[in-house]
Design a protein around this ligand. Structure first.
Ligand SMILES: NC(=O)c1ccc[n+]([C@@H]2O[C@H](COP(=O)([O-])OP(=O)(O)OC[C@H]3O[C@@H](n4cnc5c(N)ncnc54)[C@H](OP(=O)(O)O)[C@@H]3O)[C@@H](O)[C@H]2O)c1
Length: 324
């Protein structure tokens, strides 16, 4: 039987977002047909929330999977799904925001997305061709004007909610200083080894919901490893409860009040990752996890290069992740 995933209410809109979403960015990238089949399996298992981005090149197969799920009667209406996509950094100008979302909607074959996020608080030139990026292709984001473009997406009904990703407390402060509609979500890396305490404390009173990507440490990808799934403390807790390390990590995140974007294209593991709602961690288990030494996984420098702008953002991100 399919699992029913609980939802969380988002500010500034009438939407409820399922607390577990399926990530669509895998490594190495899978053929579109494989991704489409995985999404259909995920819908059968109970997933109703999918996370994509212009930059992932997974919008098209996701759109095809949604159309197929409707045809198969797995869902009655598109409204049963919660779809997130993201503005890529090469579209980091006010007048490019609505057109970028329109490209995403055309890829997805949808009239609206539930959540539209600024992917990174940086702008890249349209000419960027390689990673790490050369200095002349990297710019600060004009927060005020790009956010006006995001607000237009919401006002036009192309996105039900708008938010950000990879934003630090400092970047959020800058955004909030001029935003007419505050961001509903900040999607950032968060897991038992990167707990984002300072950022969460900043976001909570402002009604900005934190969503956790890389919740399992992105094992077997080029940006991750087994630091979480192979962590002694997590393995020990998992063994004593008859659960897997992945379930312990996901349950810990759920108990912190954040939503989770986890990726598995394997039908058994995707089901396992939903099976976290009818049991809990003891206070002692939770405390043990909250005391693990911190280690950020996804780093910017290897992707964006050692430029001042990148190093400054990286320093802000590392500071936000501290426990106090
Ligand atoms: N906003 C951003 O900048 C940003 C950055 C990174 C990621 N994201 C989003 O977040 C999603 C998830 O993050 P992520 O892909 O970095 O990492 P993740 O979800 O932490 O880990 C994915 C890896 O874990 C494996 N896995 C999944 N469930 C498992 C289980 N129960 N037991 C053992 N292994 C398991 C997957 O392999 P199998 O598929 O073989 O199960 C895959 O190799 C992405 O797909 C993307 O949508 C957003």
């Amino acid at each position: 039987m399919a699992t029913t995933v609980p939802g969380v209410s988002l500010s500034t809109c009438d939407l409820t977002m399922p607390v577990i979403g399926m990530g669509t960015m895998g490594h190495p990238p899978v053929p579109p047909e494989t991704l489409k089949a995985a999404i259909i399996e995920a819908i059968k298992a109970g997933y109703r929330h999918f996370d994509t981005a212009f930059a992932y090149r997974t919008e098209q197969p996701l759109g095809e999977a949604i159309a197929e799920a409707l045809k198969l009667g797995l869902i009655k209406s598109r409204d049963e799904l919660f779809i997130t996509t993201k503005l890529w950094a090469t579209f980091g100008e006010k007048e490019l925001v609505v057109p970028c979302l329109k490209i995403s909607l055309s890829n997805l074959k949808l009239d609206y997305v539930d959540l539209y996020l600024i992917h990174w608080p940086l702008k890249l030139s349209q000419e960027v061709r390689q990673m790490p990026v050369e200095k002349e292709h990297l710019f600060p984001l004009d927060m005020k004007s790009v956010w006006e473009g995001m607000e237009e997406c919401k006002n036009l009904g192309l996105a039900k909610a708008i938010g950000v990703s990879n934003f630090t407390c400092k970047k959020l402060e800058e955004l909030l200083a001029t935003a007419k509609i505050p961001p509903a979500v900040n999607q950032v890396e968060m897991n038992p080894l990167w707990r984002q305490k300072k950022l969460r404390e900043f976001c909570k009173p402002k009604g900005i919901h934190v969503s956790a990507f890389t919740p399992l440490g992105a094992n077997n990808t080029k940006w991750g490893d087994n630091r979480i799934l192979g962590c002694d403390v997590i393995e020990e807790i998992a063994k004593s409860k008859g659960k897997t390390p992945a379930q312990i990590s996901l349950r810990w995140l759920y108990e912190q009040g954040v939503s989770i974007i986890a990726k598995s294209f394997n039908s058994e593991r995707m089901k396992q990752n939903l099976d976290i709602f009818d049991w809990s961690l003891t206070e002692e288990e939770s405390n043990k996890i909250s005391q693990l030494p911190q280690r950020k996984g996804v780093l910017l420098e290897p992707v964006l290069g050692s430029h001042d702008l990148v190093l400054q953002l990286q320093a802000e991100i590392l500071e936000d992740g501290l426990d106090s």
